[in-house]
Design a protein around this ligand. Structure first.
Ligand SMILES: N[C@@H](CCC(=O)N[C@@H](CS)C(=O)NCC(=O)O)C(=O)O
Length: 216
């Protein structure tokens, strides 16, 4: 059975955003059952956990053959097991993998920087000063993404692991309307989040925080 690590508790604002969600979503799309190894914020620092996830973060993954970390690498690994995530045709497969990298390298760093200024350090004077520029960079990247998605349901003709990773990255912008207020990106994200596999993954993450099953 596949095991993934996840936190047993995070603050309310982080619920539904923790990065094990993307792994749960990939597993749900692939139809692969999994269980969670819930850890707390002390256990993440233990030597045993550090051997599984060197940066003391979640998620980490173990399928009995491979133990690994980094959500991008994990969803690609799951993609290898399921055509629902990664097409077999080599060019389509390469394109889908490209979007996973684009989410992690071309979108996420800018979004993270904006979050540092607008959310995590919102009360600091330097953050107020830095925020407009951070927002400018994010808007530029989002405009490029919207250009690619214009008139398309999915990034590459059908849903792939690339959409999954891009959608997870866009969801981090839930604190502002840069995505939800965009006529292309807003509906795209809604389409992604409407997928039953996403709904099951989200419900499962939330349930692990409360110990109570939540409606999908
Ligand atoms: N690059 C890593 C980042 C993982 C990450 O940022 N995990 C966060 C939760 S979303 C975490 O564990 N934070 C706790 C900490 O850093 O101590 C990945 O994508 O797997």
């Amino acid at each position: 059975m596949i095991t993934i690590s996840a936190f047993d508790w995070v603050p309310d604002m982080a619920r539904g955003q923790v990065r094990d969600l993307r792994v749960r979503w990939a597993l749900e799309e692939a139809g692969l059952p999994y269980r969670t190894k819930l850890i707390n914020h002390q256990e993440k620092l233990s030597e045993g956990y550090r051997e599984w996830q060197p940066f003391c973060q979640v998620p980490a993954y173990d399928d009995g053959e491979v133990r690994m970390f980094e959500s991008g690498a994990i969803v690609l690994h799951i993609g290898e097991k399921s055509e629902a995530l990664l097409p077999k045709e080599p060019a389509a497969r390469a394109r889908a993998m490209t979007w996973v990298m684009a989410a992690l390298n071309s979108l996420d760093p800018f979004i993270l920087w904006l979050m540092m200024t607008a959310v995590f350090n919102a009360d600091k004077p330097w953050a107020a000063e830095a925020r407009p520029e951070a927002e400018t960079y994010v808007k530029k990247r989002l405009a490029s993404l919207a250009h690619c998605l214009k008139g398309r349901e999915w990034l590459e003709g059908r849903f792939t692991v690339g959409d999954l990773m891009v959608a997870c990255t866009l969801r981090s912008l839930g604190f502002c309307d840069l995505v939800t207020g965009d006529p292309v990106l807003g509906p795209y994200l809604k389409r992604c989040e409407a997928r039953p596999a996403f709904q099951r993954a989200l419900a499962a993450q939330l349930a692990d925080f409360t110990g109570q099953p939540q409606a999908a």
